[in-house]
Ligand binder design. Sequence first.
Ligand code: ARG
Length: 590
Amino acid sequence: MLSLKEELSNVFGDAFESIDLPRELGLVRLSDRPDLAQFQCNGAMAAAKVAKKAPRDIASSIVEKLKNHTVISNLDIAGPGFINIHINDRLLSKTLTHMMTDERAGAKTYGSLDDTIVLDYGGPNAAKAMHVGHLRPTIIGDCVKRLCAFAGYNALGDVHMGDWGLPIGQIITYLKHEHPDWPYFDEAYSGEYPAEPPFSFTELETIYPAASAKCKDNKDFLEEARLATADLQNGRAGYIAMWKHIMTLSKADMKRNFDSLDVTFDLWKGEADVAAIIPDVEQDLKDKSILAESDGAHIIHVKRDDDQKEMPPLMFYKSDGAVTYGTTDLATIYDRIKTHDNITHIIYITDKRQSLHFEQLFRASGMAGYTDNISLKHIGFGTLNGPDGKPFKTREGGIMRLDTMVKNAREKAQNRLSEADLAQDFPDEEKENIARCVALASLKFADLINQSHVDYIFNLDQMTRFEGKTGPYLLYQAVRIQSLMRKSKDQNISTGDTVNISNENDRELGLVITEFPDVFEQTYTNLSPHVMCEYGYKLASSFSKFYAACHILSEEDEKLRNSRLALCKLTHKILLHILGLLGIPVPERM
Ligand code: ARG
């Protein structure tokens, strides 16, 4: 089904074509001045050059052709030749009724389930507890995955853990100094290693900072940690056993954190998963004569003649034989294309400061011929800042754990619910779930409303409000409609399925509703969740205005009541799509 905008663009396109002008000029968009018109077409301005005529004359010809068209209620010409458009209520009603019958409310698909998009996000490091730095990649990555899935693709989220680098070697070295008698460190030991880790996750959380601090002020210790990392990567049995313990504890903690954000992954892969295939990749790169030697290191020259900026080579093996972030990422691409035979896109979501790394990686992968038919994209996000505009810190100046942040958000959500006198007499368990939903709505919406690459200030106080451009506001409007639907059922009022627009209140909401398919298209094609957030707010506020101004269940005129209920239902369907795409769970009631 065509969106309203597309349908109008067709009508105007035909009109331009009928006077021998390109149909693209008929593009119709929302009016910049909603007080003057619903839509506008600016094609006459561009046509003027082609046709060598005054734009106003062209606009007049178009208006003359279309003024009696069935979809038009009124056309006028403004300024140098803008065509202002008011559409016929019948067209609006027909479009809305059509959207009602469609599960997707008119949103199109852009891919097929036979095509796979791999989304690489989250990326926690196994050596440490998850912290606020993981909030953005998790929220944005999950949202982008949902957008790709709704666009029709087989979307796979891969957590891509950092589990094979120096931090693990640091932990091993630290424990070796603390517990030299443990079997893991005895090279001659050939027995079984304990099945249970000899430390808890809480202990692990203090071990890594201690180990890393020691590396900072002790060069020998750092060197030892480097060697331990190399030994681990070369498969030393005791170290692998220790690594497995760390992974068991760490993965459980990651799952707990991701669960608390309602985020799941399809693939729990990490850097370690590709360790074994690095020699294959090396051979392949050698066969393709891509690997060059430089001072004992193996590198890939990715620089191009027309580069305007510094473009260092991708380091495959360092001179000491160690692999780098670039090596594991390149091997991961190699692994992904071997494991899934129908990948069309790989999308990485990380801090924008990693953009050079991804540029090198994409070039190297292209040179190796791994991604000839795959589009590679890096979404780089900006910094989460505190009220002082500097990277977000705890009161004590430390890095806040992610679970502490989520807990704070839930507490704040509880307060907000009690201030607004919402859900207060519900059973405890339900109340808790509602606070969880409100907290997630707050955190996710406040993040996603910003363009990914910009930095933003984390303001719990503001993001948890039920008024204004917030997640809880959208949630509240959705739940309000649910309550209305329940009431209509209790009162045995048949819920309308047909929209009949006949007055300004209904018309205004109806028009906003019709934007959804175009908004989804724009959000998906540009991978820009903020576009969807802005629209979600527009729809929610437009609904709120409608709700305040109109009788719905109490409307006496049955046809009007049914139509209004249909508008409510449709608003609800779209709000649920939007909240779902943003990764925000919706409670039954509030
Ligand atoms: N572990 C990395 C970090 O902490 C993020 C991983 C991102 N994904 C990737 N394929 N490089 O920065």
